[in-house]
Ligand binder design. Structure first.
Ligand code: IMP
Length: 433
């Protein structure tokens, strides 16, 4: 049995898209289990760069089926436009892409509420992607949401959605925001949403049946551990469980059937949106990382905040998701530094801590304790074998392994699929059989 979950080990944008793209050919099904079109997985098709927001990156590999699991929130307009873009690139989705009937839908009022609430929060805003993600998950938890399977009962769906829009309009009025015209919104929405119908399936049964038949599943996480609604820097988080536990609830695959977990971590750290970030660099070094690493949000185009590698964060992620191995991405971005810093613990009012403290306020007060190591000052871009890395880069990787309690099985040395080191006799090399 080979069913692996891929998790972001920091604040998202670690390069999960590239890693999933490498692993997908060795799996029968690639399934998303949480988040929505707030994610942005940049993949390259020939000379073209393409950003997938909602559809699993596995879609680019004709041999695997793709699933949007019950834990995902689906915006039909975003879904349709991705399907259309893929079609123009010669990738057909119908018959290979399946959407859970239990996945909740993002309606236009969710997006309107997301915007209105962020505006009201002002300086304390979460910095959401404004895609309606939080409000859609709120409806799910409040038991007032619309699910993809409701498309099979259009009259009931309209009735439910109408009540939701009425309720949202009351909040929008109170917030001084523009309200939605109920019937027009519904008509437009149903036009888009109807196109989802051929993709609907009981995906939990589908996945479990495939596993019973000896097939393998790659569970593709979105965002990252520190954006997990339970374990992240709450309230500066997304509204779903990005950690490995979410893969079981969000796909319906029984936890005991998940056989491995791979964490993706950048060789430094980035974050988009608000919230604490202990190793953030607000100086020239941070600006350099931003430019050299091309750190611009794939979904929103916002510049990403940058900082040194934080081993407290990744160690926490290894613990929470039981990560068997790490993929360390963008190592080449550090090529030119004389010295590189790694945060090993935090200094607090009560002394040194090595574990994640409770709450965003406490984390904001933490001061990173750094270990400084020599840089390698050698171009590593495109290197495909660990032995070819300069000694200082090898030491850096080993330090990450030691501090984070997990082996580094894959190292990314550039954006291309080929610019990758797969460590020999590692779990990743096992999974690629
Ligand atoms: P939301 O998911 O749009 O509600 O945004 C909540 C927080 O998660 C914000 O700080 C976003 O910037 C962040 N976020 C959401 N999706 C991603 C992602 O794919 N990568 C990085 N950050 C994300």
């Amino acid at each position: 049995m080979k069913n692996i979950v891929v998790v972001g080990a920091q604040w998202g944008d670690e390069g999960k898209g590239k890693v999933v793209d490498i692993l997908a050919p060795f799996f029968d099904i690639v399934a998303r289990y949480q988040g929505g079109h707030n994610a942005g997985h940049t993949v390259k098709i020939g000379d073209r760069k393409f950003v997938l927001h909602l559809i699993p990156s596995g879609i680019l590999h004709g041999e695997c089926d793709c699933v949007i699991g019950n834990g995902v929130v689906v915006d039909p307009a975003a879904f349709n436009s991705e399907v259309e873009e893929l079609r123009l690139l010669g990738v057909e989705c119908e018959g290979r892409l399946f959407v859970s009937t239990r996945a909740h839908m993002i309606l236009p009022y969710h997006t309107a509420l997301d915007r209105a609430r962020e505006k009201q929060l002002g300086a304390n805003s979460v910095g959401t992607t404004m895609r309606g993600i939080g409000p859609a998950y709120e409806d799910k938890a409040a038991r007032t949401g619309v699910r993809a399977g409701d498309l099979l009962y259009p009259d009931l769906l309209r009735e439910k959605a109408r009540a939701c829009i009425e309720r949202a309009n009351r909040e929008l009025v109170a917030a001084g925001a523009e309200t939605l015209d109920e019937e027009r919104t519904l008509d437009e929405y149903m036009n888009e949403a109807d196109r989802l119908t051929p993709y609907l399936r009981d995906t939990a049964s589908m996945i479990n049946r495939a596993v019973r038949d000896g097939k393998s599943v790659l569970l593709e996480g979105a965002q990252g551990t520190m954006l997990d609604v339970d374990h992240g820097t709450y309230p500066f988080v997304t509204s779903s469980n990005a950690t490995a536990g979410g893969a079981a609830t969000g796909s319906g695959l029984a936890p005991k059937s998940i056989t491995g977990a791979l964490g993706i971590a950048k060789a430094y750290t980035t974050r988009v949106g608000g919230g604490p970030f202990p190793t953030e660099l607000l100086d020239d070094t941070g600006a350099y990382l931003q430019k050299r690493g091309n750190e611009v949000g794939a979904s929103t185009g916002r510049p990403r905040r940058t900082g040194w590698f934080d081993a407290v964060v990744v160690r926490y992620s290894v613990m929470l998701s039981g990560l068997d191995a790490l993929a360390l991405t963008k190592l080449d971005v550090l090529d030119e530094f004389d010295e590189i810093k790694v945060c090993t613990s935090y200094k607090t009012r009560d002394g040194l801590i090595e574990d994640m403290p409770y709450g965003a306020n406490a984390l904001a007060e933490c001061e990173p304790v750094y270990e400084t190591v020599p840089g390698w000052k050698t171009i590593t871009s495109g290197i495909t074998s660990f032995d070819e890395l300069p000694e200082a880069a090898k030491s850096y990787v080993r330090m990450v392994e030691q501090l984070c309690n997990a082996p580094v099985a894959l190292i990314s040395t550039g954006p291309e699929r080929t610019e990758t080191i797969i460590r020999e006799e590692s779990l990743v090399s096992e999974w690629m059989k």
